[in-house]
Design a protein around this ligand. Structure first.
Ligand code: HEM
Length: 399
């Protein structure tokens, strides 16, 4: 390794275990709560690995999420694409961010997630019926993990599930593309699709989220294009995250039979288990990407205006100052002290919905298929190549 690579190692790096970070991240974190790393394009940015420091910086108003500035760190080649840069909400700063959050927050509380729960339960039972009918083996990526958020988001927004092949492929196309062209093509196709749906809702508003928001367009509170962009970000944020997390979590459970048994036998609650699965898998190695608008002093370092910042939720979730024995997977830990949903003004809007889907998914699957086990050694499972969102290509199981 060259001196430069030691000083500012490459980031992100591939996970070899689906739910544990590469050893090199541990070495970075052991040097201190923030360190310089080098992105794919040679740019140096600050990587935050300390839990307290990550929360402190994510609460600082001198940071920006605005991706239209060159100072915003591009984490992978395709994320430089216009369609990825113009995402509303997640890519906005106050005051427009506040306006959009105020519009959407009332739709994403615990109450709303609870109201959707029976529908989520019945959809997940339907998926398991189909898995049982087909008989073993089953690939839980296409048969279980991908349809769960597809069904939930279509129920929430009021989008026809018959279109799921298209909208799931297009959202994956934006997030997991090979290059900018692919991201732009997927983003434009998704925009066109949602534009038509929103227009139809404006003519004849339904009772689901898109219909309720279309009424706000008619009242002049939101623009038509603004609503299309908001629905686009909701779909992108709501699908890939949850569908990637389910297989990673199942592998973590399969690899720890004692923990799996404790969950099956009710010795740990499903809520506690989901919290530990969120903490340990983290899904993405960069839970928050920002740039600095004014010099900031933090943890003995000076961050200069224009510097890029990346929060490693993976490592902040393993900060030994917060969790004893942080690499140990312990479902009984059940701590919400993790940054898997981010922190500060951009903290995940859909976290109650995500928790509900994960709780129902694991609880129902383990109850209905008590003999469930991997059909190949978990060490042979192939991880998705894109470094944006961690995930498995396939998860063959039997029972
Ligand atoms: C396991 C599942 C999920 C994980 C790990 C996750 C993670 C995250 C993280 C880390 C952020 C913060 C990004 C930042 O600070 O830049 C975020 C924001 C967001 N999430 Fe999630 N998410 C999940 C599920 C969902 C679901 C189901 C929805 C449903 C619509 C959703 C919608 C959003 C939205 C709209 C934002 C942007 C909020 C803002 O910028 O104000 N997420 N999510």
């Amino acid at each position: 390794m060259s001196a430069d690579q030691v000083e500012a190692p490459p980031f992100p790096q591939r996970r070899t275990c689906p739910y544990q970070p590469p050893d090199s991240y541990r070495e970075i974190a052991e040097r201190g709560p923030l360190n310089e790393v080098t992105l794919w394009n040679g740019r140096r940015v600050w990587l935050f690995t300390g839990y307290a420091e990550s929360r402190e910086i994510l609460s600082d108003p001198r940071l920006s999420s605005d991706r239209s500035f060159d100072a915003y760190p591009t984490m992978a080649p395709h994320l430089g694409a216009e369609e990825a840069r113009k995402l509303v909400l997640v890519g906005e700063d106050p005051p427009s961010h506040d306006l959009h959050r105020r519009l959407l927050n009332p739709e994403f509380g615990l109450k709303h997630a609870r109201a959707l729960r029976p529908r989520i339960e019945s959809d997940i039972n339907g998926l398991i019926d189909a898995i049982e009918k087909k008989g073993p083996p089953s690939d839980l990526v296409p048969d279980f993990a991908v349809p769960i958020p597809g069904l939930a988001m279509s129920a929430l927004l009021g989008i026809p599930y018959e279109d799921h092949d298209f909208f799931q492929e297009a959202t994956a196309g934006v997030m997991q593309a090979r290059d900018e062209d692919q991201t732009n093509a997927a983003g434009k196709a998704l925009f066109g699709y949602l534009d038509k749906l929103v227009t139809a809702q404006e003519k004849n508003p339904g009772d689901e989220l898109l219909g309720r928001l279309a009424r706000r367009v008619l009242d002049g509170e939101v623009g038509h294009e603004e609503l299309v962009q908001l629905s686009m970000v909701l779909l992108i944020a709501g699908l890939e995250t949850t569908s990637s997390m389910i297989p990673l979590s199942l592998v973590a459970l399969f690899d720890h039979p004692d923990q799996l048994e404790a969950l099956r036998e009710g010795r740990v609650t499903i809520q506690s288990a989901v919290e530990e699965l969120l903490r340990i898998t983290a899904v993405t190695d960069f839970g928050g990407v920002r740039w600095v608008t004014e010099d900031i002093d933090i943890a003995g370092r000076r961050l200069k205006a224009g510097d890029g910042i990346v929060i490693s939720s993976t490592m902040a979730n393993r900060d030994p100052a917060v969790h004893d024995d942080p690499y140990t997977f312990d479902l009984a830990r059940g701590s919400r002290q993790h940054l898997t949903f981010g922190f500060g003004i951009h903290q995940c809007l859909g976290q109650s919905l995500a928790r509900t889907q994960l709780e129902v998914a694991f609880e129902t699957l383990l109850r209905r298929l008590p003999q469930l086990r991997p059909a190949v050694p978990t060490t042979e499972l192939k991880m998705r190549q894109s470094g944006t969102m961690q995930g498995l290509v396939t998860l063959p199981v039997t029972w």
